[in-house]
Structures are given as structure tokens and as C-alpha cells.
Write a protein that binds this ligand. Structure first.
Ligand code: HEC
Ligand code: HEC
Length: 378
């Protein structure tokens, strides 16, 4: 461009600017043209490309993890920073502030210059918002769990053992450690309700694995059996429910033979002659099977948690519940089926077998050691 052309151009530009451009119809006309082109493009894409559909919705599929569309992922990710009661900050306050800021930006920044380099404030603010959105979206994508949840793998024996542990945590408080049923004590809302045994041959011979699975997954809510499937608000994955069914089938059904490898895990350890009981070998299996179901967070238990040695020794409203060497410890008296100030008897609905009570007494007398050969606790 030579000087003359340049001047010519600038003159034209000046006149055009003076004349201005009308919003209607000039700008509207351009917008309509572009919108129409986009509209054609969309119709073309929908007709010739289409969208890959996700699998058909299946209400019984508990493994499906619903996620928002990608363009909403940043909002979804933002929510993760705000725990339950503060959710409104992430859903309403922050997005509302961002939109309000964008809305007010032309009023806050009245700078007439148009080049972005001359509009540090406006460009800076917009960049911060965009970078935030992109970063949140990336974070959401990276932390997405794989869609197909692995079911509990392993051999049948491993699944049975896993199922036994899960049964002990989730089911014992109502159905008893051996599925024997009876009167429920110490469970909020079901106090005094009597359950039929679920370990009987009547039960086992008339309930298929699929039926048991469905009962555990969906529950029998009018009767008081809670749902455990994630899709129904429970906490167990499909693989975990399958493991529990395997445990029930192989332990209680006289037609199914328990695999050798699982047999050992299902019997509680006994004391060898001259052996001192310790927590890891002898007591933990008893606690796991008969106590943890109620003595874990979120249950009524006087804040006495029993998931680890440390909790058993040092938690509870009436701690210490175990005083090494002292048979008048709360826990010992309670499992001896006494009712004391701290509560009890324990477990609430039926006493432990005499040999297990004796094992607990011997362990406390020996100083309640954590591991074999470990010094007795002070
Ligand atoms: C809060 C108490 C509670 C918990 C926890 C609980 N159940 Fe139940 N369950 C019930 C009640 C109540 C019923 C229905 C009454 C009945 O059948 O005697 C029931 C019924 C059942 C039945 C159906 C019996 C039948 O064939 O009609 C099975 C099987 C069963 N539960 C298994 C389980 C398993 C496995 C767990 C652990 C994952 C579990 N329950 C946890 C209370 C509970
Ligand atoms: C069915 C649920 C349930 C089971 C199973 C259960 N508990 Fe409890 N436990 C409770 C409740 C509820 C309390 C609160 C006191 C009460 O209501 O008696 C409690 C309180 C206790 C306390 C007093 C804690 C404190 O600091 O006040 C001890 C000790 C205890 N349990 C030991 C055990 C032991 C040991 C086992 C297993 C052999 C066991 N419990 C099994 C429900 C249960």
C-alpha cells in the first residue's frame, strides 16, 4: 500500500466511522446470515454424521456412572470442592458471580480502545475465567473413574472370603453372624423385630443366586431390609454383592461344597495349648464377625469403633473399654452378658459362644497384646 492509497483508505474509514453502522438492519443482517450458515451445518452434521448413542438406559445397571456433557464438566468439577451443606456456593454463588462480572464488565471497564493489548483489565479477567473453566474441565476428565467397574476378581475361594468380610460388616447387625436371625436388638428403627433365619435350607433351596442378589441390591424396604446396590442408594458394588451371595451359598447351602481354600477363613482360630491370645490372631476375627457391623462410623454404638486395635483400646464414650489385666473391663462384662452402666449386653441380641468369651477373657488377662510376642499394653 502506498502513501496515497493509505490516506485514501483512512479517509474512507473516517467517513464510514462518522456515519456509523446501524444495529438494525446492518448488524442483524450479518448475524442472521452467520446463524443460518451454522444452522445448515448442524442439519448437515445431524443427517450425515449423527451421534454415537450411549448404551440403552438400564435402571438395574448399578455400575453406570452418570456424568454431565463435556461442556458442563467444569461446573460439575467445581461442585466437588464444596461439601454437602456448602453446595449452594458451587451451584449458585460462584457461577452467579462470574456471570454478573461478565455482565458488568462493559460498565466497569469504559476504556474506548479496542485492541486487546490496550484493555488489560477486561482481557485479563476474561482470561482468568476461561483458564479456570479449561483447568476444571481437564481435572474432571482426568479424575473420571473408568466406566466398567471391575467386579471382585479372583478365585471362588477369594470371593467367598471377601463376601464373608462384607457380610460381617453390613449384615450381622440384623441377621446375626451366622444368618440365624432372631430378635434384633441395638439397631435403630428395628428394635425388637424378629427375623427368620436366612441360613436355613428352606431359604437356600428356594432362593436362587439371582434372587439373593436382587434382595441385597434392592432390599425389601417395606419389611425393613435396606437396599445395598449403589443405584438404590446403598454402598455395595455389583462385585461385592456377588461375593456376599457366594459366601451365603457356599456357607449355608448343604448342596454346595465349600472350597478348601475358603474353609480355613470361615472358621475362627482356636488357642493352641500354652499359647497366649493376641489381638491380630485371635481377637480380631471375633470382632470382625460379631462386633464391627455396629461398631463402625454412622451406627449407634456410644462412639465405640472397633475397626482397628487402636480403636478397640481407645475409643468409646466410656473408654477405656478394655483395661489390660482387668476382667472388670466394660467389654469383658458386656460380652459376659451383663448389663452395666455403659450399656450392653454385647452383642445385643445373643451372647457369643462360651469359648469365644473365654478367649476374650484370657486375652485381657494377658495384658491385651496386639501381636503374638508383643509386650502387653500398659
Ligand atoms: C437393618 C437391618 C438389616 C440389615 C443390615 C440387613 N438386612 Fe436383610 N433383612 C432385614 C429384614 C427386616 C428383612 C425382611 C424380614 C425377614 O425376611 O425376616 C430382611 C430380609 C433379607 C433376606 C430375605 C429373606 C427372604 O428370602 O425372604 C435376605 C436374603 C437378606 N435379608 C440378606 C441380607 C444380607 C446379605 C445383608 C447384608 C448385605 C442384609 N440382609 C442386611 C433386615 C436387614
Ligand atoms: C447390633 C449392634 C451391635 C453389635 C453387633 C455389637 N454392639 Fe456393642 N454396642 C451397641 C450399641 C447400640 C451400644 C451403645 C450402648 C447400648 O445401647 O447398650 C454398644 C456399646 C458397646 C460398648 C460400650 C462402649 C462405650 O464406650 O460406651 C462396648 C464395650 C461394646 N458395645 C462391645 C461390643 C462387642 C465386644 C461386640 C461384639 C462381640 C459388640 N459390642 C457388638 C451395638 C452393638
Amino acid at each position: 500500500m502506498n502513501e496515497e492509497q493509505k490516506r485514501d483508505y483512512q479517509e474512507k474509514y473516517r467517513i464510514a466511522k462518522l456515519r456509523g453502522e446501524k444495529f438494525f438492519p446492518d448488524t442483524i443482517y450479518k448475524d442472521v446470515l452467520v446463524s443460518f450458515a451454522l444452522f445448515l451445518l448442524l442439519i448437515g452434521l445431524a443427517t450425515f454424521v449423527g451421534v454415537a448413542p450411549e448404551p440403552k438406559a438400564d435402571p438395574s445397571d448399578t455400575s453406570y456412572i452418570p456424568r454431565p456433557e463435556w461442556y458442563f464438566l467444569f461446573l460439575f468439577e467445581l461442585l466437588k470442592f464444596f461439601p454437602g451443606s456448602l453446595e449452594w456456593v458451587g451451584t449458585a454463588v460462584l457461577p452467579g458471580l462470574a456471570v454478573a462480572l461478565l455482565f458488568l464488565l462493559p460498565f466497569i471497564d469504559r476504556n474506548p480502545r479496542r485492541h486487546w493489548k490496550n484493555r488489560k483489565f477486561a482481557a485479563g479477567l476474561m482470561s482468568v475465567i476461561v483458564i479456570g473453566m479449561v483447568a476444571l474441565t481437564i481435572r474432571a476428565v482426568v479424575t473420571t473413574p473408568p466406566q466398567a467397574e471391575a467386579t471382585v476378581a479372583g478365585t471362588l475361594a477369594e470371593r467367598i472370603v471377601a463376601g464373608q468380610d462384607l457380610y460381617a460388616v453390613h449384615c450381622v447387625e440384623c441377621h446375626g453372624a451366622e444368618g440365624e436371625g432372631g430378635r434384633i436388638e441395638g439397631v435403630q428403627g428395628l428394635e425388637g423385630v424378629t427375623l427368620k433365619p436366612i441360613n436355613s435350607q428352606d431359604e437356600m433351596h428356594t432362593r436362587s443366586d439371582e434372587t439373593l442378589y436382587a434382595i441385597i441390591e434392592i432390599g425389601q424396604q417395606t419389611l425393613g431390609m435396606p437396599p445395598f446396590g449403589r443405584a438404590y442408594g446403598g454402598e455395595l458394588s455389583p462385585g461385592e454383592i456377588e461375593s456376599i451371595v457366594a459366601f451365603m451359598r457356599y456357607t449355608w447351602d448343604d448342596r454346595a461344597e465349600m472350597p478348601r481354600a475358603a474353609e480355613q477363613a470361615s472358621t475362627l482360630p482356636v488357642l493352641k495349648p500354652g499359647e497366649t491370645p493376641d489381638y491380630a490372631t485371635h481377637i480380631e476375627p471375633i470382632v470382625k464377625r460379631y462386633c464391627v457391623s455396629c461398631h463402625r462410623p454412622g451406627k449407634a454404638n456410644n462412639n465405640y469403633l472397633m475397626r482397628t486395635y487402636d480403636e478397640v483400646m481407645n475409643s468409646g464414650d466410656h473408654k477405656p473399654n478394655i483395661i489390660p489385666g482387668d476382667l472388670r473391663s466394660n467389654l469383658v462384662r458386656m460380652v459376659r452378658w451383663e448389663k452395666i452402666e455403659a450399656g450392653g449386653p454385647m452383642p445385643p441380641s445373643r451372647p457369643l459362644k462360651p469359648e469365644l468369651i473365654e478367649m476374650i477373657e484370657q486375652w485381657v488377662l494377658a495384658g491385651a497384646p496386639e501381636k503374638a510376642g508383643a509386650p502387653a499394653t500398659k
